[in-house]
Design a protein around this ligand. Structure first.
Ligand code: AMP
Length: 468
């Protein structure tokens, strides 16, 4: 499997490998609820209400008003501005073909619901990161044009791309629309005002619409015009089905978890997961730690870890987190054995050693079999599991067993009534690689946004929406 941009940007610091934190696009999956099923889940308040959903899963309702709360009478003939995340990866060949259409598919339930209920849908999104002062100069590269064909296919309806997202071109397009039609507005990030959440720009975006639906979970942690500002200008401003489902699971289930609640935190560096571990210490019964960050904990405990990655400046923090866990009565589990390599390479020589016996010059790239067993036992009675970050360098097959092992365990727990939530980013890629994505209760479509929700933060794009 190809390495992520982040892995390729890994650098070696003082003989130890440290990851540069280049942003990575989260792997995404389409919601497995159809529009009507989501509607059924979303339509009940308040947020603390548990109810059984399909497959006897239990979710907690979030308190935001959802598109499913809007009836035909609310929608027919109305101009609805929908913010979706159509930021799909395009083929490197430059022929404009889409290499993964998951984000388009994920937007369909909300769009279909609106169209079937007679709304005139104005769909807005970003694509990529147009740069510089004159962002529209990057038009050829970042146009949403490649999305039109697939979107139209999935909707089973024609889609027109409007060459702008504000002003006369939009006004003209809307004036020609019939009820139940959809137009796609050109990349909102062609305007620098978008990321500045500019008030005037918000007003211009809102000018052509009557109400607002935010279904872009992946950007809900950003206070931009199309995710936050415009919600202040239009009413009602509600969550789309995808956003609602993310809130049901990540916010709802984590704030009110069915116990025992086990959190699994992995990935490269402890520094990027401090806040989430701290927040989970207040909620979880057990926290399982894996990935590169374990070595910082070991060094803090006085062990030597060979050439494994260590954040020397986070040793005190690791000690503090262990002390906090003890104080709060949370069981913090670290691996007891590791799969070590003689170099950072897919073809490296490897051996399994106990954590207190890592040979000089070898680096830990995965957890070992005894640790998988230990973690499986800790997970056996879990009723809610949230997982963020792989157990090892799963991109190298030789070092994927720990991550795959956990993925398989969660897949077995789901049908036993455990709510299994994959919190975005590399863990999503890992469960997909393990072939068990379909077996999880929920796979988040947003890396940064899901981490922020798990950290207990309020997402601006969610806060701006109407309450039930
Ligand atoms: P994060 O974005 O922090 O969740 O980190 C994910 C990355 O951590 C993946 O690309 C993994 O390859 C990497 N990773 C996991 N375990 C280790 C390890 N023991 N040493 C180095 N990198 C690791």
């Amino acid at each position: 499997m190809a390495l992520s941009a982040k892995m390729q940007s890994a650098r070696v610091v003082a003989g130890r490998r440290v990851m540069a934190t280049a942003p990575r696009m989260a792997g995404v999956v389409a919601p497995r609820f159809g529009a009507s099923a989501v509607r059924e889940v979303s339509a009940v308040a308040p947020r603390t209400t548990y109810r059984a959903s399909r497959s006897s899963r239990v979710v907690v309702e979030a308190a935001k008003k959802s598109v499913g709360d809007l009836s035909k009478a609310d929608l027919e003939g109305k101009r609805v501005l929908v913010r979706a995340d159509l930021n799909v990866p395009l083929s490197k060949s430059g022929d404009g073909s889409i290499s993964d259409d998951t984000r388009i598919r994920a937007a369909i339930p909300t769009l279909k619901y609106l169209m079937e209920n007679g709304a005139k849908v104005l769909l807005t999104s970003h694509l990529g990161r147009p740069k510089g002062e004159d962002k529209a100069a990057d038009k050829a590269k970042f146009s949403l044009a490649p999305v039109v064909g697939r979107l139209s296919e999935l909707l089973g309806a024609p889609v027109t791309l409007v060459d702008d997202c504000i002003g006369a071109p939009v006004e003209e397009a809307v004036s020609k629309m019939s009820n139940g039609e959809l137009v796609l507005l050109e990349n909102v990030r062609f305007y620098k005002e978008e990321e500045k959440n500019d008030k005037e720009f918000s007003k211009k975006m809102a000018a052509n619409a009557d109400l607002y639906v935010n279904d872009a979970f992946g950007t809900a942690h950003r206070a931009h015009t199309s995710t936050e500002g415009v919600a202040q200008e239009l009413s009602p401003a509600v969550a789309g089905f995808l956003l609602q489902k993310e809130l049901d699971y990540l916010d709802g289930a984590v704030q009110q978890p069915k116990k025992p609640f086990v959190a699994i935190v992995g990935g490269s560096k402890v520094s990027t997961k401090i806040t989430v571990i701290e927040a989970l210490l207040d909620k979880a019964d057990k926290i399982i730690i894996g990935g590169g960050m374990i070595f910082t904990f070991y060094v803090a405990r006085g062990l030597t870890v060979g050439g494994s990655m260590v954040e020397e400046d986070k040793l005190e923090l690791a000690k503090k987190l262990e002390a906090m866990a003890k104080e709060k009565g949370v069981e913090l589990l670290l691996p007891v054995d590791v799969n070590v390599a003689d170099k950072f390479d897919a073809e490296a020589n490897n051996q399994i050693v106990d954590v207190d016996a890592i040979p000089e010059g070898w680096m830990g790239l995965d957890i070992g079999p005894k640790s998988i067993e230990l973690f499986n036992a800790a997970l056996a009675d879990a009723k809610t599991v949230v997982w963020n970050g792989p157990m090892g360098v799963f991109e190298f097959p030789k070092f994927a067993a720990g991550t795959t092992g956990i993925a398989n365990t969660l897949a077995e727990l789901t049908p036993k009534g455990c709510i299994t939530i994959i919190g975005g980013g590399d863990s999503v890629a890992a469960v997909e690689q393990a072939g068990v994505a379909e077996k999880m209760s929920h796979i988040s479509t947003g890396g940064g946004a899901s981490l922020e929700l798990l950290e207990g933060k309020v997402l601006p794009g969610v806060a701006a929406l109407n309450e039930k």
